[in-house]
Every structure is written in C-alpha cells, then in structure tokens.
Write a protein that binds this ligand. Structure first.
Ligand code: DO4
Ligand code: MG
Length: 281
C-alpha cells in the first residue's frame, strides 16, 4: 500500500494513495496511524484500509511523516566512500574503512524541525559554497526497528564543510531544511524488494537539466536490517523515526546547488520527490 499525508478539511491527515488520488484517514496523522497500529497489533496497511474514506480525491502530498528522529547511514555505496576519500585531505582510506568494516557509519540527521516535504525548499547554508543533494532510500521504523515502509530522502549536505574536517560533519549535515522526505511511504507488502529499485536524480536550473545521476539499490553494500540493528544498539529510537540508507549518486562541485535549482529524486515504486533550493541563514 502507498500512504501519504495530505491537508484535508484544514488538518493533516494520513491518506491511502490509489491511482493518483488520495483517500484520507480522518483524525489520523501518519504518527497517529503508526501508534494505533502498534497498540492494536495490526499492520499499518490494514488499519489504513479499515479507516480511510471510500472516495479518492485529487489532493497534494505533504511530508509523509513528521519523524520523531531522522538518522542516516553513510559510505554504504562504494561511490560515496571512494569520492569522499578522493576529495579529503585525511588519512588514506578513512571512508573506505567504514565501507569495508562490519560497523556502519550512522549519524543523527535531526528531527521533524529540519525536514521538509515535496515542493518545499531544501536549504543551502549561508556559509557553504558546495552543498549537494544526496538521494537516498529511507525506511520508516516502528518500535524495535521494524520496517514499516519505504520513502525517499534527500540528505542535503554541505560537502565543503565536511571536507574541511570530518569533525565538522554534524554542521554539514544538520541545519534548517537539510532533509527532504516523500512523497509516499510504501509498505513492505507492496515494496517487497528494496534492493531492486532504480533511483534517478536531476538538478534543473532555469528550466535546464544541469545534472543527471542514477543508481540501483542493488549497489547498497549493507542489508537494511544490519543498518537498523546497529542503529538500535544501546539506542531506544522512538517508533515513527526515519533512517536514510546512504547515497549512491554523487554530485560534484561543478554542480553545487544554487538558489532556485530544483532537485528531483525518483523511484517509480515510491514516486517523485522534487524540491527547490534556497539559502538558509
Ligand atoms: O561520511 C559522511 C556522510 C556520508 C553520507 O551521508 C552518505 O554516504 O550518504
Ligand atoms: Mg547521505
């Protein structure tokens, strides 16, 4: 099942997405639906089907969840580790080490405060000259790390700040509008193979495509369950949190985001996440 959030009767509602139309679930945000499904021991899909209105409406998706927490993994695609090692003035193999060793890299990306949904502006830090999108498959996690569904994320990153010194990673990763999510959450009964997705990303400037990239999630070097298992070690992450699984598409400095650029990430099974970029002060 494809789920989303919409504004319906002036309120945020979870909704089922069918044939481009939205069937709102009255009185339930996505977090309400997750909490209730866990309390009642039924799947998100079954609960949504039971309570959604019968008729689909042509509404617009907003952010599919206001996540309690967002975490992200890094160097999970060879491309990301190799590019970062090549760019960095640090020890040789600093990023390759993390790609290779059993313990994955994971970092805190923020809360709903720094997240935006489809169509909303993603941030370019006022003190960054090289900010890039990082298109990623993301998982919505239930209690204990159960995978409730899959969505798309843009782990927008101020790469020049990370490159100056790896200890600046939190500043390159966490700031206003640093994370876009959406447009839908696809439940695992519908999206049965998260390692078989074709992802594309474009950057459009003044109507012209200035960057195009593509990756298959078959290139993800870790199992999602392994990423989740490490994340939950000694760390009780609340239900309704999101984990971004890392980028396999690398945007180089010549395509650094400029204000007004539009970044579009697409996976046919999940949809299209499109966001303009704007400077955040
Ligand atoms: O190691 C820095 C961050 C890596 C990252 O965000 C990614 O590979 O997606
Ligand atoms: Mg990333």
């Amino acid at each position: 099942m494809k789920l989303a959030q919409v504004i319906w009767n002036g309120r945020v509602s979870a909704a089922i997405v069918e044939d481009g139309l939205y069937r709102p679930v009255p009185e339930h945000t996505m977090q309400d639906l997750i909490r209730r499904s866990e309390r009642e021991g039924v799947t998100l899909a079954a609960l949504a089907a039971q309570h959604a209105s019968k008729h689909g409406e042509p509404l617009k998706p907003i952010i599919p969840i206001f996540p309690a927490e967002v975490w992200a993994c890094g160097c999970t695609y060879e491309m990301s580790a190799a590019f970062r090692d090549a760019e960095h003035g640090t020890r040789e193999g600093f990023y390759a080490y993390v790609y290779r060793e059993p313990r994955p890299e994971s970092f805190f990306k923020g809360t709903a405060r720094v997240c935006v949904g489809p169509g909303q502006a993603i941030g370019i830090r006022v003190d960054s000259k090289f900010t890039a999108p990082e298109p990623e498959l993301a998982v919505v996690m239930g209690s204990g790390g159960r995978v409730l569904g899959y969505t798309l994320a843009n782990d927008v990153s101020a790469w020049d700040i990370e490159k100056e010194n790896p200890l600046y990673l939190p500043q390159s990763k966490v700031y206003n509008a640093c994370c876009a999510l959406g447009p839908t959450i696809v439940t695992p009964d519908e999206l049965t193979d998260p390692y078989g997705l074709d992802m594309t990303c474009t950057i459009t400037r003044a109507g012209k495509v200035v960057f195009e990239g593509a990756v298959s999630t078959s290139k993800l070097h870790r199992k999602i369950e392994t990423l989740v298992e490490y994340l939950f070690r000694a760390n009780n992450i609340p239900s309704g949190s999101v984990l971004c699984t890392g980028t396999g598409i690398i945007v180089k400095e010549e395509n650094a985001l400029a204000p007004g650029d539009v970044v579009t990430i697409r996976v046919p099974e999940i949809g299209e996440l499109s966001n303009p970029a704007a400077v955040v002060g």
